[in-house]
Design a protein around this ligand. Sequence first.
Ligand code: FE2
Length: 233
Amino acid sequence: MIVSTNDLDLDAVRLRLALAGYAYVSGLPEGFDYPSALAELGPLMPQYGDVLVRDVKPDPAISNDVRSSANMAELTPHTEWYEFPGLPPRYVALWCVQPAAGDGGETTLADGHAMLDRFTADELAQLAAQSWRWRSRPTLAREGVRQVVHHPTIDIHQGQLVLRFSTLDLLGQDELARRYVATGSEHFEAAKISIKIAKGAILLWDNWRMMHARNAFSDPNRHLCRVLIGVAN
Ligand SMILES: [Fe+2]
């Protein structure tokens, strides 16, 4: 659903996040203070390089032959921050400085909790109990990020299901880990919605629930900004 507004109606955003797992808000004015508005949803989390707002735009030094948010290639389904210990951010927000001209550049989303219906109760228990190895994207090494952690794919935090997913960086080689990745990829392709974030618009999603990815594009001037929103202690 698209909500048009001159301000970020946080009650409407919370409702959309709870119902659909995402919210898309367009029509925000030039110069809108996104970080201040988003901080009402929870504490902004420092990202790579310790910044609160990360620029997502192509870096000519990163080949389109690798999977990286810093090029123009397709991104495969994942949740955010799987490569770090502890709770991943509850919400991810992307707003648009400059949309990609021409085709492509859409953010794609699918409900990852729905994917879990494809597993038996025993498998779900194992997904919650067994730790696998996760790594950061190798292209982040140029920014000094070289993470390896062990944790399960699903957690329960204060009664809420927390999903982690990556087609590339979940390094478990056993049958269940392979099936998890394959099932998640199939589910994503079948269920994904596609949103090209317009200038003056913001897309937020529940990162404990939704998997996301990106379609390839060809405009080197595409520029989004990303904020990660945690939970208050
Ligand atoms: Fe991402």
